[in-house]
Structures are given as C-alpha cells and as structure tokens.
Write a protein of this length. Structure first.
Length: 298
C-alpha cells in the first residue's frame, strides 16, 4: 500500500468516529463491569459484577474461582446482572479467619455480599462445592432467592445412600491421585476425559484456572462431608430448584443427583450428555440454555 493511500484511509477513519462506533455497537454490547472486595472478619472477599437487570450469582466449585465462569458471564451479562465471586481461600479472596473454609461461612459471606451490592433477590447458582453455599443460602434466606440451580452437586443433601456413594468416590479419588498431585496435561477429575482430545487448549485452561490459590482439597472435602442440611427443612423449601447432572460425572453420578433432588419437592433434574463434572465448562452452550430457560420462568 502506498503511503498516500494509507494516509487517506487513516484520515477517513479519524473523521468518522460515529460510523466506527456504530460498528462497535453492532457487536458485543457495552456491559457495565465493576470489581471489588468486601471485608469480613480478617478476610477480603473478591467479587465481580457485570451487566444490569435481574441478578444471577454464581458460586464456584472446589479448585475454581470467579474466572471459571467466563463462558457464563459473557453470555448472561447481556441480559442480567451477573455476580461471580471467590469464596474464602480461592482466587483473590483470603482465608485468615479461623472458620474461613466452612460452608456456613460462605453462606454468611454471600448474604453480606448481596447486601453490599444492594441485591434484594437473585437467582442463585452453585456448582459442586458452591452447591453447599447456594442451598445453605436458600434455606437461611428464602425470600432473597428467586430460583436455585444446583449443578453437579449433592449440595449437603445426605441420605445414607448418597453419603455412601460420595465416600466411595472419595476413596477411589484418593487412590488414583498422583503422589505429587500433578495430573497429566489437560487431564483433571472434574472435566470429562475426552475434552483434552476435543479441545486441548480448553482442557489446559481448566487446569490453569485451578492453579490459582485454593485451600487443600482434603481440608475442604472434609468440611463438605461433615456439612449436612436438615432433610425436614429441605422438604419445606418452596424455592424453584433445578438440579443439573453431567451424564459422565464421576464425582456425583446422575443417579445420585436424582436421589438428592427427591429431597426437595417439586425440583427438576436435567442431564447434559457427553459431559463430566463440569458441563458448564465443557458444554457451555447447552448448559447456558438449560439455565437460561429455567431462570426465564422465574
């Protein structure tokens, strides 16, 4: 390209800002985005708020953090206010307080966070460990929960059968975890095994997000095992509830998710095929539509 031609094109672009803006507006919308911390006890709790409208709050799983929801935030923030946050000890949140890692602490933190952000009611989504937080919050603050989504989680719902299944998985997982805790590139218990074959970069990204600060799995796992919600209280819960199960989830099998759902009258279960413990990450388009359809109805 001649220098004179390049100069002419540059001048034309500089003189037509409105046209350039129109092209931007035709793409991804300009979405309000804020970040911050709230202080509780001796800890700082990180959050991100994106978009405007009715609120959806995402509670991550063990080893995850706010960033794991990137495929949900980008989609739902077009129409909703989306809040993603780090439970204590994960991502950018600290864990200095004595009971920082307990599910009950996360429930109280979520209540404080929504109060700080002036959110009166929200659709609450919990993945795996985050299910304990989401369900605990729904039990303690039912007027603030428009709907509840429990994804690949028993969420502290224990019958003898469910507890036996969970403990069985824990025993197998401990036996199969490498001594140094390092899994092969693109392999992780929480993602379906063939993801690394279909999309190796995405499988690696899951590992990388999980490499950010998080408490020891055994410590948090023990707290999840010991935190059980009252079955009689669950029977009285009238919050619209959706359970999501990955068809190949090795941690909480779909059959176990169905057993957990039976403890909340009127709850729904949707299975997502060709997915493991993290269909929100593995098959986001399908997962997002399942959640969007449910949320739209409430």
């Amino acid at each position: 390209m001649k220098a004179s031609t390049f100069a002419s094109l540059t001048i034309a672009l500089l003189l037509t800002p409105a046209a350039a803006q129109d092209q931007v507006d035709e793409g991804y919308p300009l979405v309000k985005h804020t970040t911050g911390f709230i202080t509780r006890d001796d800890d700082e709790i990180y959050y991100e708020s994106s978009g405007e409208g009715d609120t959806i709050v995402f509670c991550h799983g063990l080893g995850g953090n706010h960033a794991i929801w990137y495929q949900q935030v980008a989609e739902f923030a077009r129409r909703y206010r989306v809040i993603a946050w780090d439970q204590r000890g994960f991502g950018r949140s600290t864990a200095n307080a004595a009971e920082a890692l307990k599910p009950a602490t996360a429930v109280a933190d979520l209540a404080a966070l929504l109060d700080h952000l002036q959110v009166d009611r929200a659709h609450v989504v919990g993945q795996s460990m985050g299910g304990w937080t989401a369900l605990g919050f729904a039990l303690e603050h039912p007027p603030q929960v428009r709907s509840l989504v429990l994804a690949d989680t028993i969420a502290g719902i224990y019958t003898p059968e469910i507890r036996k299944a969970f403990l069985s998985y824990v025993a197998v997982a401990r036996a199969n975890t490498p001594a140094d805790g390092q899994f092969p590139l693109g392999r992780h218990p929480a993602i379906v095994r063939n993801l690394v074959d279909r999309d190796p970069a995405k499988a690696l990204l899951y590992q990388q997000i999980g490499s950010f600060p998080s408490p020891p799995t055994t410590a948090v796992g023990s707290l999840l095992i010991s935190t059980a919600y009252d079955l009689e209280a669950l029977k009285k819960l009238d919050t619209p509830t959706l359970f999501i199960a990955g068809s190949g989830d090795p941690i909480f099998a779909a059959s176990v998710i169905h057993k957990a759902a039976e403890q909340i009258p009127g709850s729904l279960v949707r299975e997502i095929s060709d997915s493991g413990h993290s269909p929100y990450f593995e098959r986001p388009a399908v997962w997002n539509e399942v959640v969007a359809e449910f949320v739209r109805g409430h």
